[in-house]
Design a binder for this molecule. Sequence first.
Ligand code: NAD
Ligand code: MG
Length: 393
Amino acid sequence: MRKVSVFGATGSVGVSTLDLLGRRDDIAVVALTGGRNVALLASQAIAHKAELAVTAFDDCYEPLKAALAGTGIRVAAGTQAVVEAAHRPADWMMSAIVGAAGLAPGFAALAQGRTVALANKESLVTAGPLLLAEARSHGATILPVDSEHSAVFQALAGEDIAAVETVTLTASGGGLRDWPMERLAQATPDDAGKHPNWDMGQRITIDSASMFNKAMEVIEAHEFFGLAPGQIAVLIHPQSLVHALVAFRDGAVMGHLGAPDMRHPIGYALNWPQRGELPVARLNLAQAGRLDFAEPDLTRYPALALAWQVMRTGGAAGAVFNAAKEVALDHFIARKIGFLDMAPLVEDTLSAFAARADITQTPRSLAEVLAIDTEARALAGEAAQARHRAAPA
Ligand code: NAD
Ligand code: MG
């Protein structure tokens, strides 16, 4: 039996992961973690006969304990308990907590030499070099789960990364792709929270509409594959059937195609280095009829341009960018700032951080990353306040 833990089990990626795990009889579930959705976490723990269920929130301990009373499943709560769950022996771990909260549990699993299926893109954006060094020094393996990165990873199998000229990540353009520019300022979280092709959590869906998600993915590709900023490109591809393209120095381009279903990249990471049977829709190109591509308009998607600024700055910029982006998103979801305020807010935070500290200095420990994250959140909070005041009543 393969021992498996799922962090962020109650989220979109977590639920898809458990869907795949539930179809197999060679898997033993060790730990499942979630947040406030106690009822779902408890039912998942029972259905998958988990050893341990952990909620990240202390005040959810009693309800979770009550929901699992008499089942023999151990219960824990709190941020530290989530990290401790990553210390439990397991052969494979899904890292699918959303946000910087996913950082510490992923590190803990890598320090145990585990195979970590990494959906939490924030880990690579905020602490890429540290994360890869941690994996190297403990003989751990990181497998990308973000669909575009899984696609690149698959296109690179058996190839030499030195032979790669460019990597192109595709982007659907998000829920507001066809809105006229002048309407975007009025877009609400509900408008931005609908995705044409993928069924994902609210935060990443809004990040798709703003292309903050693609900016994160560009940085993620830079960190994970060691690509130079100039080697990474983005194309708008409304059908979301081509996930990434890898162009080699001999002119060949390897593309990865498939239906937009996260169970493919999750399943690829689960079965790696083999390929297993997966319950995803098969691609029918005749039915699709056409594949469209367009260059993204950076005036429409200013967040995307910030990715190159972050990569070229290096050092702490990724951690500052991610923290500021999370704060901007919080304020947008709370309807305190507009959709078009998010990118300038992040840019202001990068400048404010650089004015106070050496932003080009690479953090040397997880503690330093978390300190940068805290400081950047405070600066972003101030920048957001300034925008509340500037916003018309
Ligand atoms: P989601 O919001 O649906 O789920 C997030 C999970 O994290 C939930 O289980 C939630 O309980 C947990 N969580 C939230 N706050 C937490 C905290 N403070 N501490 C511990 N746990 C907490 O998110 P999602 O869409 O499943 O995305 C998860 C991660 O995967 C994100 O990093 C996202 O960028 C990445 N990702 C998602 C998709 C997708 O299709 N949804 C695709 C690629 C990458
Ligand atoms: Mg993606």
